[in-house]
Ligand binder design. Structure first.
Ligand SMILES: [Zn+2]
Length: 303
């Protein structure tokens, strides 16, 4: 399943790389109007039904939290797809395959350079809720949900006690060519975070409101019900999103969302439009470290 847009398609690239402008929004004060217990129950039920069934409004919305005062280090979010030998030259050039040997070397070199893997949830909590991070944090994200990610990437991370972030297409769970539920549960047991990568991996920007809502909120509800784990992260299929898509992701209850915009994630970024660094088949470990370090120093110099 292809995940990255054709780089020659400038329209896709521009939209995928579009940085969302947003303003902080304070939470609405709680109502002080006294209501009876039965009325509160009816209101709660109605609110849940509304949230699950109502199509997404066209209007854009602000960030998930008021993050003024957010602080913390920028974090590289590495993006992987297949961790396996590419079947042919075209696959090798697609940027979606990393060989198991090379993946192991990448992890080893990152560890020697002092990096420690964390989940995106840990990053969000460090930036916006007073949590802590290791000195050199890195997020290793894996898109779509392929058996080779469990077979070839998970053992390497397990050996170091490192978590990954699995961006799972809900329809691929237990499907042919996808990951089995028990495999994902084992990853969760090893500390992995599961993110939703929509229900069926289609371009969300081209959908009407009702289908968009099923893809975004439906994938979250499906993964929560099948895996029994919190789903706080979203990953836009093909990296494509728009203000309307972002508003749906916010409304569905996600705290973070990953794009394919290239760069280091920073606490001042819109948490629903976080950039990543793709790791392709031909990238050496030396180049990977240089990319992570250069991005870090550039960010530090810009501050
Ligand atoms: Zn994908």
């Amino acid at each position: 399943m292809p995940c990255l847009p054709d780089p020659k398609d400038s329209r896709l690239r521009i939209q995928a790389e579009q940085r969302m402008s947003w303003v902080s929004r304070r939470p609405t004060p709680r109502s002080i109007v006294a209501v009876g217990p039965w009325r509160r129950v009816r209101f709660a039920v109605a609110a849940v039904v509304f949230a699950v069934t109502w199509p997404v409004p066209m209007a854009t919305a602000g960030p998930t939290r008021d993050n003024r005062g957010s602080a913390g280090p920028p974090v590289p979010i590495l993006m992987f797809h297949h961790v396996a030998l590419a079947p042919d030259t075209a696959a090798r050039r697609s940027g979606l395959w990393v060989s198991p040997t090379r993946f192991e070397r990448h992890v080893s070199v990152l560890a020697r350079a002092g990096y420690r893997a964390v989940t995106l949830d840990q990053v969000w909590r460090a930036w916006h809720a007073g949590g802590s991070l290791p000195l050199r944090p890195v997020v290793l994200s894996f898109d779509d949900g392929y058996p080779d990610q469990r077979r070839n990437a998970a053992p390497v991370l397990r050996a170091r006690g490192w978590p990954g972030v699995l961006n799972l297409v809900a329809a691929r769970l237990n499907a042919a060519g996808g990951l089995r539920r028990q495999d994902v549960l084992r990853l969760i047991g090893e500390g992995w975070e599961i993110g939703a990568h929509a229900a069926t991996h289609h371009d969300l920007t081209r959908m009407r409101d009702a289908r968009l809502w099923r893809e975004v909120a439906g994938s979250r509800a499906s993964l929560i019900s099948q895996l029994g784990t919190p789903i706080r992260a979203f990953c836009y299929p093909y990296g494509r999103f728009s203000p309307r898509v972002r508003a749906a992701v916010l409304r569905a209850g996600f705290e973070t969302a990953m794009t394919i915009r290239r760069g280091l994630a920073d606490p001042s970024d819109d948490p629903l439009a976080l950039p990543r660094l793709n790791v392709g088949a031909r990238m050496s470990s030396r180049l990977l470290i240089r990319m992570v370090r250069t991005s870090t120093s550039r960010m530090a110099a810009a501050r």
